[in-house]
Each structure stands twice: as C-alpha cells, then as structure tokens.
Design a protein around this ligand. Structure first.
Ligand code: FAD
Length: 561
C-alpha cells in the first residue's frame, strides 16, 4: 500500500475498512476517475464478491494544472463515494492515494494483485501514460463501453470526408439507432430543429433553481484536503451545489427531467444575468465521470412526453455533439498529428503553469495548431480583472465562482471574444481546461480549438463561430448593464468586422461566409479604419490589464496641417 493515505483521508479509509470482506478476487479492474460506473465493462463480468476495484487519487495529476477547486472536489468526492458505494455492494476496493503518477502507482499495485484490467481511457493524457503498462501486459485493455458509438460509426457517418460534419454523423446515428425516426424518416420531418430553438428569455417561464445537496463527512474531508494541498488553485468549493453520490446524481437527473427539459429547446441559446443555467441540464460534470451514462439519459428522454424541439435538441447534444467531439479528438491524437504534420508542444503543462516537471510526467503541452495564426496573449480579463465589457466580465466571474456556464456563454461570449481578439489558441484552451469543472482533454480541446476558435481550420467546422454585439444583445440581458451601447459604442461589432477584414482572403471561397463578406466589401474605408483601430486599441488595453471605456476607444481625429 502507498504511504500517506490514512493521514489524508482517515474517514474514507475507516469507512472502507468497515465494509471490507475477505473474498477471493478473481479479477482486478482499474477504474479511472472518469469511469465511475459498474454496469459495464470488465467490472461486471464476474460477481462483485469476485471483483476488485482499483481507484487512484494522484496528487501529481491534480497539480498538473491549477484546476478549479470545485472540479477537484467534484472528482474526489465522486470517486470516494463511488468506492464506498461499491464496497457496500461487495466489491473489494484498493483505494490508493499517492503523490506519484497513475502509471507508477499501478506498477506497484500490480506486484500485489497481478493482471489488471481496464477500459480504454477517455483522456489522451491517460492513454499515453498507461501505454507502456499495456505493452508490458501489466494492464489488459478492454473497449470503453461508456461511449454510444464506435470509430466505424464516425467513419461511416462522416464518410471520411473533411470537413468532418457533425450533422451528417448525427443523421447517420439517428438512422442506425432508429431514434426519433418514423418509417425511415426523422420524426417532425427534419433531423435538426435547431432553427426553432433560438428564443431569448425575458424572465418567463421561470428558470428552475438548481437542487442543493447536504455535504457529508466524506465530502467535507475531500474539501479540507483540496483546500490544504491545492489552495493556490483557482476558485472555491461549494459542496451545496456539488452532486457527490449516486443518489445525488439521480436527484439531479430527476430535476432535469421534471424542471428543465420541457423548455430546453426553445431557450437553448438564451443567456441571462438572472439565471446562471436557465433550462440547461448541468449534467456534463456527471456524464463525463460516467456517474450518469449517456445511454440511460437518452433512453429516459425518449420515454418523456416533451415538445419535439426539446427532445430532439437535447438528444442531438448527447448523441451527436458529445460523441462527435470525442471521435475528432481521438482520431487526431488531440490535434497533435494531422496529415503527417506534428503540432505537439514539448512544454509540459507543469512548466507552463510554473511548477517543476515531475520525473514521471509523460504529458506534453498539447497541440499548437493555430490555423489563423492568433498571437495575442491571454488578457488578465479572463482571470477576473474587469474588462469593461459586461458580458465578458459577468461570464468570467461566473466561471471563476462556479467553474461552469452553459454552452452559449462559452461559445458566444468567451470563445467569440477570444477569437475576435486573436488570443493564442493554446492559451485560451488551457484557460478553459483549468477553469471548467467538466473539462477533460477529449472534450475541451475540440470544443475550444475547433468549435470555439477555429484554430483547427476547416477540419470539422465550416466557419468560425463569431458574432458582433447584436447577437449578444438579442440573446441576453448583458448589454443593459454595460457602459457600452450595443448598437452605438460596443467594440465587439467592430472587432467582428475587423476580424473578417483581416482574414477575408482565407474565407473568400467559403460558401457560408459569402453573404457576410459581400456586406464587408460595402463597408466604407473610414469604417474599416475605425474597425482596425478598435481591434488594436482593445487588444492593447486588455493586454495591459486596463478596463475598456467608450472614451478610451474613441479615435482622436488625425490632425491635418
Ligand atoms: P446541456 O446544454 O444540457 O446539454 C446536454 C449535454 O450534451 C451536455 O451535458 C453534454 O454532455 C452534451 N454536449 C452538448 N454540447 C456538447 C459539445 N459541444 N461537446 C460535448 N458535449 C456536448 N463540454 C464539456 O463537457 N466539457 C468542456 O470542457 C467543454 N468545453 C467547452 C468549451 C467551449 C468553448 C464550448 C463552445 C463548448 C464546450 N463544451 C464542453 C460543450 C458544452 O458547452 C457543454 O457540454 C455544456 O455547456 C454543458 O452544460 P450542460 O450539461 O448544461 O449541457
């Protein structure tokens, strides 16, 4: 057993010991932090009494990046409760707490348990770290059954053609699974009802209140450890809003079905200062840990009596987007290798965040793909320094506080502004990775490098998702409290035009941008000069950690002699 565990989690170890039974384990299975489910894979091949589960808390992993404290709490609380829940059912638990890597720890455990089984890891970083153990036969790998689709589905759905298209992949899955299909045709006549799901929210119907959870001693112990060992990480821990047990996960899922889904579709794109999450499910933290299996979510949603726009809209997210993103990441090794070209950064995450690189670290700095060559360093505004743009400040504050926002603030505020400012893609990706409680490489990297910033070019998105202040004003109430007027002074619209002007040669044959490029052509030279000035000014001021004001962005008339 590895050293200091009892000292770090005496309650956990005492509770585990209370359930320990002397059984003969025939199969030891390593359950990574994000596979917290015993209904599939090698863990359910034998009776619980014949199966041992290995769980590891690696402080080295926690320190690899300054992850939000709420994310660490989410993972530790769920993993600890999962271990206890399985011990109660009869599984033997080997719970290792270590300062070492997963690979070295498993190597040690193997000496005691012999052959270890596991399902393929979702994260590239963990797959890479465990590769040598798989080659040596220490670990026997099984397919990861938590996913709904195989690589063959991705190939068949996208026909292997680039840009890989989510809509084609999703349509293929609908036909293959017969989900929301009638006589071979999509129910409602269309595969996607996205076009109907764009209502702003003006306060009604009332937004549901997130359920609260009562913290127990196991969760409090994990919180205390995080506050001691990871005190310099961003954010704070709010256990009242942290589902930690299987029962909590089910309560949250019940709440989503009862309170959120009916209005999910129509208000999917809306944002508000009055509700942090509106009708979104907030399930990604638990789905990504597999506390809630996507399969169950989809089956339950299909059984509900819901408007089609909500039912289809929600299923598209889980069956379509989530699976698609995972395949894109896996196929490209996290965008490190594309068309024989290497994009890996050798700078380890530890070095990037100013820590010494541990001797056992196998992680590189991820992909440096940067199709449009953005070079702006990440401004302090993303860490909570006021930018003067109410939308950005409001959303950043929420992320710093909770480690969460729903999809549209991520895409249309954070990633949109980052793209318009040409923030270096690796920097903004790493910011999302450490700031969000549901971030893992397989999901955060395609969402930020691809969908959010277009750093992957036309690999799987046909155009950048960018917008001016009109969109933000229409879909939210952020502009009401802002010093900038959305139609007159807000710099975001000028940043948008300036972006298109700078990159228009790369988009000239892009059919989806042709109309907007024609409008760009009609902009007067004066307007274009102010667009370019605004871009330089905003970039300079935010890079100097200065807050923007309408006055600071006013161009002084050029003196003529
Ligand atoms: P809902 O809106 O209720 O959707 C239901 C579920 O669909 C989600 O829980 C999620 O599992 C799935 N889903 C929807 N969209 C996506 C998507 N684009 N990719 C993968 N799954 C999706 N999602 C993460 O899980 N982790 C991340 O780190 C992450 N980073 C993102 C960064 C950017 C820039 C963008 C644009 C999106 C990101 N997403 C990420 C996708 C999406 O925003 C979140 O999954 C979603 O907001 C989570 O909130 P929710 O559970 O309320 O989702």
């Amino acid at each position: 057993m590895i050293g200091f565990q009892e000292a770090h989690a005496p309650r956990l170890y005492k509770a585990l010991a209370a359930h320990e039974r002397q059984t003969t384990v025939k199969k030891w299975v390593y359950v990574p932090y994000d596979q917290l489910n015993t209904s599939l894979g090698p863990v359910c091949e034998l009776a619980p009494s014949e199966t041992g589960l290995i769980l590891i808390e690696s402080l080295a992993k926690g320190k690899r990046r300054p992850y939000h404290q709420q994310k660490l709490a989410l993972i530790l609380c769920n993993q600890r409760h999962f271990a206890l829940e399985q011990a109660q059912i009869g599984y033997r638990i080997h719970y290792a707490m270590t300062a070492d890597s997963y690979a070295n720890t498993l190597q040690q455990i193997y000496k005691v348990t012999g052959q270890i089984h596991m399902m393929e890891a979702a994260e590239y970083e963990l797959r890479k770290e465990l590769e040598p153990l798989i080659q040596e036969g220490v670990i026997r790998l099984h397919p990861n059954e938590t996913w709904l689709t195989q690589e063959a589905d991705f190939d068949a759905g996208t026909k292997g053609k680039r840009p890989w298209r989510m809509d084609l992949f999703y349509q293929y899955l609908r036909r293959k699974t017969n989900i929301l299909m009638e006589n071979g045709k999509p129910v409602g006549g269309k595969y996607s009802l996205d076009g109907e799901n764009r209502k702003p929210w003006k306060g009604t119907p009332p937004a549901p209140q997130l359920p609260r959870f009562q913290p127990d001693p196991i969760a409090l112990e994990a919180k205390a450890l995080i506050e001691k060992v990871f005190h310099n990480h961003i954010g704070t821990i709010d256990l009242n809003h942290l589902p930690c047990t299987q029962a909590h996960a089910e309560t949250l899922w019940r709440w989503v079905q009862d309170e959120c889904l009916v209005n999910f579709g129509p208000y999917e794109d809306a944002m508000s200062t009055q509700s942090k999450t509106l009708f979104h499910s907030c399930l990604s933290p638990l789905i990504n840990l597999n506390r809630l299996l996507p399969r169950k979510i989809i089956n339950d949603v299909l059984a509900l009596d819901l408007p089609l726009s909500s039912k289809e809209g929600f299923i598209r997210q889980v069956l379509g987007w989530r699976e698609f993103m995972r395949h894109v990441h896996r196929k490209t090794h996290g965008f490190r290798r594309l068309d024989e070209q290497e994009w890996s950064s050798e700078v380890s995450p530890c070095a990037k965040w100013g820590h010494p690189r541990p001797a056992h670290s196998t992680s590189d700095g991820g992909s440096l793909i940067n199709a449009l060559d953005y070079q702006t360093p990440l401004p302090e505004a993303f860490w909570g320094k006021e930018s003067g743009l109410n939308c950005l400040d409001h959303v950043v504050n929420q992320v710093m506080e909770t480690g969460f926002t729903h999809h549209i603030p991520r895409l249309m505020v954070l990633a949109n502004i980052a793209t318009l400012l040409e923030i270096q893609p690796r920097e903004i990706t790493d910011w999302f990775w450490v700031s969000f409680i549901d971030a893992y490489d397989w999901v955060v990297e395609p969402n930020v490098l691809g969908m959010g910033t277009y750093a992957t070019g036309p690999l799987f998105t046909t155009k950048p998702y960018i917008a001016g202040s009109n969109y933000i004003n229409k879909m939210s109430d952020f502009c009401k409290e802002c010093a900038f007027h959305p139609k007159k002074t807000c710099p975001i619209t000028r940043l948008y035009w300036a972006f298109l002007e700078r990159h228009k040669s790369k988009f000239k044959s892009n059919f989806r941008l042709s109309m907007i490029l024609r409008t760009l052509d009609k902009r007067s030279p004066d307007n274009k000069a102010i667009d370019a000035f605004t871009f330089e000014q905003v970039r300079r001021q935010l890079s100097n950690a200065q807050s923007l004001t309408p006055e600071s962005l006013t161009r002084q008339p050029v003196e003529t002699k």
